[in-house]
Design a protein around this ligand. Structure first.
Ligand code: TYD
Length: 204
């Protein structure tokens, strides 16, 4: 593989995507691929500081400010982590990326989506994932999985998370080639089987 591949995993809080991402990384490594697992926010060193503010700052954060913080994190992450790894021929598996900002700040919080798209392109120099898996789960089930210990965004409540879920499904509808929806209501094994199939179809 000369150039690498960029794959993102997405979904509302509690959808189980991080578990699936780790299983997929292990699976791809066993197949002989070089894999880099990373995440947003906080995939680059500077981003670790931004992540603390984004998830745990307890004062008021406007939706616009929040969007810019996620985008700042993303710009640094793309330049210092994602692009170099793609150049090295790795499969980059990234936990959340541009679609999170569209789903959470756009659909969830009402920031204008065309502006978010514009800013996502600016932050990433238009680097789009080659493939995106959206783990789709019933919002009530997802909220139960998150449990009582919630960070700033997880604490937004059921209505917000329903909007986020709807947002992801809209994104998948508008970009069916790139974005594949995986039914994440089932048990870990079945979801993993479905996710593997999507990845194998893509790599083949
Ligand atoms: P994290 O602990 O990584 O959650 P998860 O394991 O569910 O991915 O926290 C990331 C939180 O930030 C999550 O609630 C989604 C939110 N988020 C946005 O609102 N916009 C964004 O652009 C990104 C990348 C994340």
């Amino acid at each position: 593989m000369a150039e690498g591949v960029f794959i993102t995993v997405e979904g509302a809080d509690g959808c189980g995507k991080t578990t699936q991402l780790n299983l997929l990384a292990e699976y791809l490594e066993q197949k002989g691929y070089k894999v880099l697992v990373t995440r947003e926010p906080g995939g680059a060193e500077l981003g670790i500081e931004l992540r603390k503010i984004l998830l745990h700052y307890d004062g008021f954060v406007s939706s616009k400010c929040e969007s810019f913080l996620f985008l700042a994190d993303r710009a640094q992450h793309v330049d210092t982590v994602i692009r170099p790894a793609i150049k090295e021929g790795k499969i980059v598996l990234c936990d959340r990326y541009t679609d999170s900002t569209v789903a959470y700040q756009g659909y969830g919080k009402g920031v204008d989506i065309s502006r978010i798209n514009y800013l996502n392109n600016l932050a990433t120099d238009s680097l789009l994932p080659d493939l995106t898996l959206v783990f789709d789960v019933d919002s009530e089930v997802a909220q139960q999985r998150v449990g009582a210990q919630k960070d700033r965004l997880e604490a937004e409540g059921l209505d917000f998370h329903k909007k986020v879920r709807f947002g992801y499904l809209q994104i998948a509808k508008s970009e069916p080639e790139r974005v594949k929806v995986v039914d994440a209501n089932k048990n870990i094994e079945s979801v993993f089987d479905a996710a593997k199939k999507v990845i194998n179809d893509f790599l083949n």
